[in-house]
Design a protein around this ligand. Structure first.
Ligand SMILES: *Cc1c(COP(=O)(O)O)cnc(C)c1O
Length: 516
């Protein structure tokens, strides 16, 4: 985008400066000056965004508002008469902004850091302007085909098989990984028990369907099983090893045991980059077990998939080509604003069989290249989400994205070394990607009181350290629980972060540790 693009959004039948008063007959509800208003306020808004993004580091990361404060500051009912953009934007800036937690901030290190980048902002704006809905191919060929192409580009980066293989992977965009994984669970059920679509999940006396995932898996897997009617008791949490990776031998034993008890193991969800510690499940061994029992394998790499784009990290998705489905969130580490979750499967036939309400035999007139997206999931409507990802992939290109991801991983290692060098702290998990988990060890020699009380006291100190650090407004970090103990977790992942930001966060942690 270095040159001025050849892009003039002018209506063919109206000059660029036409006002709506002239373009429209009297009697419609469109406000006078509708397009002129937009042009003016649109430029102002873009200026506001540019100013915001270039000075974001000066803001507090966490909103300092009290519960109910924004709610109470807003009028009790919507206006009878329309208002000006000026009034709306002023209230946005003065009332709404103070209540915003700045996820785009370079010192946002909580959960998984992310970036809503400028090309995606423009893509979102255009998607909203078009308001095109790709429920089936004809309702908007661009939605279906640009999504297929963009996800195919991303598929290549993730190293999943494409058109060159017998089973090319098919991609579709959903809102979140939670939705993607729920669809994977429905596919898994469809593969082993197509009757369930008609009769419900646990029909007849065939034994319960059982899903396996590690005790470190994201809660969305269990939620998906709840939503699909598998039932929480049929989600078995496979124990993980000392490095928080699923124990594949334990998985094999659990599946064999359930099978012997007359149950129906049908799905395994492996996590590449768990939410707490970013551990990597042993996918090749997990696929071996699943293949023996004819189970569907779903890979949740919502966060860490971005690392697989790097040649030196490609191995994290080894054996993924033997899995059945995979989810990766572009809205985590891939520069795309919430929400855009890429769901891939090498069995789109099963996905379609599970969700299509138009029998296949009635579809003979359909061109096989014309995908009707409504047949591949719960939602009927399908917004033009892929447009922003297309902007992102084109604007940054693979080299810049690789450089960013590589840099974040290197900084995480550098931070891990700082933690290791401070005797007051211990690292609580390996650092395969850009997240560092560690804890304050606490004062030695708590000889009085039981060990449990000591643990609780130190857990409290770790929480207090986080509170103090976050209260500075300079950074935002969050914690997790590993092996039953409170730990501090720092996630790097924002485009605008520089090493000094990470260093500042660590300095604040080290200082707070001296005060608890
Ligand atoms: C973030 C995350 C999720 C949930 O993502 P949503 O898009 O918010 O549903 C699921 N699994 C893993 C491993 C994650 O890191």
């Amino acid at each position: 985008m270095s040159k001025t693009p050849d892009f003039k959004p002018v209506r063919a039948n109206a000059p660029a400066n036409a006002t709506d008063a002239t373009a429209h007959a009297a009697g419609n509800a469109e406000p006078a000056g509708y397009i002129d208003d937009f042009r003016r306020a649109g430029h102002d808004t873009v200026d506001w965004i540019a100013q915001y993004l270039s000075s974001l580091g000066d803001r507090q990361v966490l909103a300092a508002t009290k519960p109910g404060q924004l709610y109470d500051a807003l009028p009790p009912s919507a206006p009878q008469q329309g208002e000006s953009f000026e009034a709306i934007l002023r209230d946005f800036d003065q009332l709404v902004m103070p209540a915003v937690t700045q996820w785009n901030h370079p010192r946002f290190f909580a959960y998984f850091a992310c970036t809503g980048t400028t090309p995606a902002v423009l893509g979102e704006m255009l998607a909203a302007a078009l308001n095109t809905n790709g429920l089936h191919w004809k309702t908007s060929p661009a939605v279906a085909e640009l999504e297929q192409k963009t996800l195919d580009w991303l598929r290549q980066w993730l190293g999943l098989p494409g058109g060159e293989s017998k089973n090319p992977w098919f991609g579709i965009v959903y809102d979140t990984a939670s939705t993607s994984s729920m669809h994977a669970i429905v596919c898994a059920r469809e593969m082993v028990d197509p009757e369930a679509r008609v009769h419900g999940a646990n029909h007849g006396n065939q034994g319960d369907l059982v899903l396996y995932t590690s005790d470190q898996a994201h809660s969305s897997i269990e939620k998906g099983a709840i939503a699909v009617g598998i039932g929480q008791k049929n989600v078995r949490k496979v124990p993980s090893d000392a490095q928080f990776r699923m124990n594949a031998d334990a998985l094999a034993a659990m599946v064999a045991e359930d099978k012997a008890a007359g149950k129906r193991p049908f799905c395994v969800v492996a996590t590449i980059g768990t939410t707490s510690s970013t551990s990597v499940d042993p996918l090749p061994q997990i696929v071996d077990v699943a293949e023996k029992y004819g189970m569907w394998v779903h890979v949740d790499c919502a966060y860490a998939g971005a690392a697989a784009v790097l040649p030196e990290h490609k191995h994290i998705l080894a054996a993924a080509e033997r899995a059945h489905s995979l989810v990766f969130n572009a809205h985590k580490w891939l520069l795309t604003p919430i929400d855009l979750s890429a769901f891939y499967t090498r069995r789109p036939d099963i996905l379609r069989q599970a969700f299509s309400l138009t029998p296949e035999y009635l579809k003979t007139t359909d061109d096989p290249r014309a995908h009707n997206l409504m047949d591949y999931g719960v939602p009927l409507g399908h917004r033009f989400r892929a447009l922003k990802l297309w902007f992102v992939l084109r604007y940054f290109g693979r080299e810049r994205i690789e450089a960013m991801v590589r840099q974040h991983i290197e900084w995480a290692r550098r931070l891990a070394a700082l933690v290791d060098a401070d005797p007051r702290f211990e690292r609580t998990a390996p650092v395969p990607f850009s997240v560092v988990c560690f804890r304050y060890k606490g004062q030695p020699g708590g000889t009085q009181g039981a060990k449990n009380e000591d643990d609780q006291r130190v857990d409290g100190q770790n929480k207090l350290i986080m509170e103090k650090v976050n209260a500075s407004g300079r950074v935002f970090i969050s914690g997790t629980v590993l092996n039953g103990r409170q730990v501090i977790r720092l996630a790097i992942g924002n485009l605008h972060t520089v090493w000094e930001d990470v260093q500042e966060a660590w300095d604040l942690v080290a200082k707070a540790a001296g005060e608890v």
